[in-house]
Design a protein around this ligand. Sequence first.
Ligand code: AMP
Length: 288
Amino acid sequence: MKIIESPEELQKETSNYRVQGKKIGFVPTMGFLHEGHEQLISQAKKQNEIVVLSIFVNPLQFGEGEDLDHYPRDEKHDREVARRLGVDIIFFPTVKSMYPSEPAIKLSVTKRTNVLCGKSRPGHFDGVVTVLAKLFHLCQPSAAYFGMKDAQQVAVVKALVDDLNFPVEIVPVPTVREKDGLAKSSRNVNLSPHEREEAPAIQKALQKGRKMIKNGEKDIQSVKTAVNTFIENNTHGKIDYIELLSYPNLEPVDRPAGKMILATAVKFEKARLIDNLVFDSNGEITIG
Ligand code: AMP
């Protein structure tokens, strides 16, 4: 496994693979790897000859007062996971090497962003697509792997590659969960023991909403209210949003139709947790 810190070196290396006609699979992450990330890497490994994993806590996608300074890191553990899973290149750039000076150009997302996390995190997805545009150029992948845990990110990244014609296939990967249903997340370590006990209620609430639709409920507001009540009754977290929207366009729906996302964000003392379900009008789960 090669460990590369310099963007130029990564681009040189991936250019060599491209010349040899090798298929490169890319897994962008912010590190502190868990089984969710592992699932992305394993799928990339199955579908490509070369797998590049990037670990970069991208300051551009963190707003003021967000957890950039407290974002958990463990490079040694991440290297071990990457080696165990057969990653070919691990890209660990520094902030200085990715942004040697204040960028003169930043991308701006105009759709799929004024809802869900985009609403309470202004500029977040601009930061995500700006760093991904750079990473796609450096890594030159045929396919890039993203978790449905961040379903809005998947929708926005699909728009990025479609609108700017990146020759990259975006592969959505189902959310990996703890046994009790809590979506795996690097941020879960910031939950207190009591909050950790309460947190699985988030997924339970979303499942409850999905089942209402499966059982024929047509009133979107009733579904959202039921999800809200369940989370409020079973956690001390503060609900940031509960939304039911079309997917991947993330537009409001009057009644269940087509592919939809039911999503929530809940703020605990030191961690903001997000989760979602994507399903069709019959309430059957679909991927991406
Ligand atoms: P992060 O390191 O949080 O930026 O996540 C890197 C990638 O891993 C993103 O595409 C996430 O959606 C994905 N990911 C994070 N948690 C999970 C999970 N529990 N299941 C599947 N994918 C995940």
